[in-house]
Design a binder for this molecule. Structure first.
Ligand code: TZP
Ligand code: MG
Length: 194
């Protein structure tokens, strides 16, 4: 759930559609929103994900985990340590880390991350300045890292097969879901393909 694509007023409706469509895990990405607004929207979302049994992860903001009953938080390369995020939370939470190379992935596992993001595989409008790293590292990555690996960046229904053929076991999809005319149908179609 990226607030670059979904207006705050539409978050409840779209979250329900994604969850009903069968999404396995949901993350809130709210870049450049005030903390109070992130907290409010996270609370709304967790009210939908929790009864559905869908883990909900906050991008950034480990400090909000004391107030929002999310399952965890997600840290970028520059976002501080995994241990510090766990201390902020003060309870057992999932902490993930974005990685952009096999070296960063191995380091994140060693540091104690519960999962990693790996990408962007392809150029993406969601992160226009990020350099695409491609599919070629996926077999080696899955050899070297034991924690769950979420491939991300430019993944869409129509290139999903290429990504799974290259070795991906999990995918994170943002714009293809959120710009779909019917996000519910889009999740269903992607889940069916997977
Ligand atoms: N991190 C690496 S790529 C990316 C993030 C947050 C954006 C993924 O969005 P999309 O629209 O699925 O390419
Ligand atoms: Mg971050």
């Amino acid at each position: 759930m990226d607030l670059g694509y979904v207006k705050p007023d539409a978050v409840t409706e779209i979250t329900k559609k994604l969850v009903r469509g069968g999404i396995d895990l949901l993350q809130l990405r709210a870049k450049e929103f005030p903390l109070d607004e992130v907290r409010r929207i996270a609370q709304l979302m967790v009210g939908i994900t929790q009864p559905a049994g869908v883990p909900f992860i906050l991008n950034d903001y480990p400090q909000l985990l004391t107030e929002v009953p999310a399952e965890g938080c997600h840290l970028g390369q520059e976002d501080g340590s995994i241990a510090e995020a766990r201390r902020w939370a003060g309870r057992q939470v999932i902490v993930g880390r974005s990685t952009h190379s096999i070296e960063q992935a191995v380091a994140a596992e060693k540091e104690g991350a519960d999962y990693i993001g790996y990408g962007p595989l392809f150029p993406t409008p969601t992160k226009p300045d990020a350099v695409a790293i491609g599919l070629s590292g996926l077999p080696k990555l899955h050899d070297q890292v034991r924690i769950p690996i979420f491939c991300i960046g430019g993944i869409k229904e129509d290139n999903l097969r290429k990504v799974t053929d290259a070795g991906a076991q999990r995918v994170c999809i943002v714009s293809d879901l959120l710009t779909a005319p019917d996000p519910y149908a889009k999740v269903r179609a992607i889940k069916a393909d997977l």
